[in-house]
Ligand binder design. Sequence first.
Ligand SMILES: [Zn+2]
Length: 465
Amino acid sequence: MLWSLLKILFFVVLVAALAYGAGLLMETGSGLRVSVADMEFVLGPVQAVILALLTLVGVWLLLRVAGFLVALVRFLNGDETAISRYFSRSRERRGFQALADGMLALASGEARLAMSNAAKAERFLRRPDLTNLLSAQAAEMLGDKGRARDIYKKLLGDDRTRFVGVRGLMKQKLAEGDSETALKLAEKAFALKPRHAETQTALLQLQASAEDWKGARKTLNAKLRHGNIPRDLHRRRDAILALCEARDLMVDGDEPRARDLAMESNKLSPDLVPAAVMAARAYNVQGRDKQAVRVLRRAWEAQPHPDLAAAFAELVPEETPQERIQRFVALTEVRPDDPETRMLSAELAIAAEDFPAARKALGDLAERAPTARALALMAAIERGLGADDEVVRGYLAKAIGAPQGPQWVCESCGTVHSAWTPVCGHCSGFDTLAWKPAAAGPVGLGGASDMLPLLVGGGFQKSAE
Ligand SMILES: [Zn+2]
């Protein structure tokens, strides 16, 4: 405190003296008179400035020499390391200066300058843990991947820098698309620093892509424990991972465990359509149809989806179309005005050959929001009502050019998927699929089962025959 006050005072006095000197020079005009040992010199303004600079350099040199002399005196008094300490202090100063210059060069995008400063800093400091990092980043910026990799490998040797080395190598492997090696490195990085949010995200992503659902769930829980994910997002992603594990178990033939996991997934995230479908099937197998209806209703409330309707139809495979209409009220009453509900009701009425009811259910959907499916339903209704072929063909022609309606669209890259998957098939994003209209929907007609899932896809086949 006192020291900095003194420095400020000294600075103020210095500025005042310089200003006074400059004023004097201006006034006299003839220059500065200096007398040394009976001799008098007259200095012009330029010479006066040069003299001032020389004095400054002289003072600086004097201070350095004084510092060295102090070290020498200490050495002579028995302090053996005084001189080497004096020199290493100055080496250290130059080393850190080079390091600072290198970091500034890196920040301003001058990779080569950063690299040469890193080498200089290494010479003075002999602190590879600091300078290697700078060199690695400079090499990355230069695009010299081989050199960056060599430096990362060097960083692996030191406990303090091992994580940085592993992370650097992992990022390189990710950029190269070598996800197998990247996964191993991510696991290592996670073991070194389980709290590191970026590592958790990378590991989770890689585990999901590698279909290691159990491992991914552990990573996800670590994310929650360390506060790196909101609780509701954690529940949804945990539900997705449980669902994927359940699907794998089902394929492997461990059906009881698969069913338990499907129900767990549905409890974690009742809105998740594929989980609700699988849970409903599981309850159905156990003879708990009330529960099955409950989970499908709840999911329909959040997001009416044809897969939910198909699962609802599966609950009672042998029933007449009339019985089916009666039973489906439990589902269609939940969101009566949703386009999905209207199309579902129309399909059910068409299956029962009640075309006026189908038309009433569909309402003005084919005009208001014409999708391929709504227009195909209109064509079927018109045919059932005995309209001219021309009218029917008109609706079918419109259906071919119409938007597809909601689909499973990746919110990160926009790719449309025919069925829900946990990982996007195009950009490998985890939990990026949403049920919504595709941005600039690819025009074209899917298979007939895409358009009228309940009529053609199986749900009605037994009873319609
Ligand atoms: Zn994607």
